[in-house]
Design a protein around this ligand. Structure first.
Ligand code: 13P
Length: 255
């Protein structure tokens, strides 16, 4: 099974709408000839989605659009929250669900992550479901057992066809924004365990098709090492996604 590489930029809470529109145009100029080989996605803050969507449409860019979170209800009295159909209206393809920063600062749990995964598929988008361990977990319970539980609970209740379209990002918390990374082999071991977990839940075709990304201090200098691992199908990039040049270099490394 040929899985198409995906390089997604998570812009977190860094870009205004105007800054994001410029960043997309800059990225598009630098990655144009990579487009057939690698899927490129950007995930601006909610307020930047409309401008990003407009630039992508007007310039006919083959850049996918993702949001950074979603509420699981279709509508309701949830002040400050964003419903799935508000994202599909802006032509979002993806939603990042269960990022460790959402889990740490906004109370996301495996249970709410699962509801958000369900709601994202129901609205016709694809979740980029995040998992990954803290340093304490790494030294205690162990990474693979912890991540397997996150995947089992977060990605439960799907059809095999949905599981095949799911994207899972393995992001060790201690590697996010720190400049530290696992070795590519160690990251691949966890990504393989994630794939095996999906296989146990939904069967071998889903395991072969699910895309598993690595995230955490991915830079132009280390990206190709991760991308040459067999179970790593791309990257979820934070800091290095905020500069068109470094993001484009990571996209080029994914060819
Ligand atoms: P950094 O690339 O800045 O380490 O962030 C990774 C991340 O959290 C992407 O979702």
């Amino acid at each position: 099974m040929d899985r198409r590489m995906l390089v997604a930029g998570n812009w977190k809470m860094y870009t205004t709408s105007g800054e994001g529109a410029v960043l997309i145009q800059d990225i598009a100029q630098l990655v144009e000839e990579q487009w057939d080989d690698v899927e490129v996605a950007v995930c601006p803050p909610f307020t930047g989605l409309k401008a990003a969507s407009t630039v992508i449409e007007l310039d006919r860019l083959r850049i996918s659009l993702g949001a950074q979170d979603v509420h699981w209800e279709a509508e309701g009295a949830f002040t400050g929250a964003i419903a799935p159909r508000m994202l599909t209206e802006l032509r979002c393809d993806y939603v990042i669900v269960g990022h460790s920063e959402r889990r740490e600062f906004f109370g996301d749990t495996n249970e709410t992550v699962n509801k958000k995964v369900r709601a994202t598929f129901d609205a016709g988008m694809v979740p980029i479901m995040c998992c990954g361990e803290s340093l304490d977990v790494r030294e205690g319970l162990g990474t693979e057992a912890f991540v397997r539980t996150q995947v089992t609970e977060g990605a439960g209740g799907l059809t095999a066809e949905e599981a095949a379209r799911l994207v899972i990002a393995y992001e060790p918390i201690w590697a996010i924004g720190t400049g530290r990374t696992p070795t590519p082999e160690a990251a691949n071991d966890v990504c393989r365990a994630i794939r095996a977990t999906i296989g146990a839940m939904y069967g071998p075709p889903a395991a072969m098709a699910v895309r598993v990304l690595y995230g955490g201090s991915v830079k132009p200098e280390n990206a190709s090492m991760f991308f040459s691992e067999p179970d790593i199908d791309g990257a979820l990039v934070g800091g290095a996604a905020l500069k068109a040049g470094s993001f484009a270099d990571i996209v080029k490394a994914a060819r």
